[in-house]
Design a protein around this ligand. Structure first.
Ligand code: ZN
Length: 91
């Protein structure tokens, strides 16, 4: 069932990317509960979540580019935000 995205648009790709992110995060949380993960395993899972967030943001920026004027400065800030995304991903 479709529901409004934070952008207020109904986009299948947004839905797909959000599902991917939720799936990756759920997997990480589930495996954490299930057993003690090695740091390598945990890092790989956190990476996966962070990548999903990054892809969703990248895609969302395509929307805003279409809707408003492009903000190239956002691109440079992307790298710095990656570590913050990992923090979010790590929960
Ligand atoms: Zn979209």
């Amino acid at each position: 069932m479709p529901r409004p995205s934070p952008l207020g648009t109904s986009c299948p790709e947004c839905e797909r990317l959000e599902a991917e992110f939720l799936d990756a995060r759920t997997r990480l949380q589930h495996l954490r509960r299930l057993r003690r993960l090695t740091s390598i395993e945990e890092e790989a899972l956190v990476d996966r979540v962070a990548m999903a967030i990054a892809r969703a943001k990248e895609h969302a920026s395509e929307h805003s580019k279409r809707d408003a004027s492009p903000r190239e400065s956002e691109r440079g800030a992307g790298r710095a935000r990656e570590s913050r995304e990992k923090e979010i991903a790590a929960g």
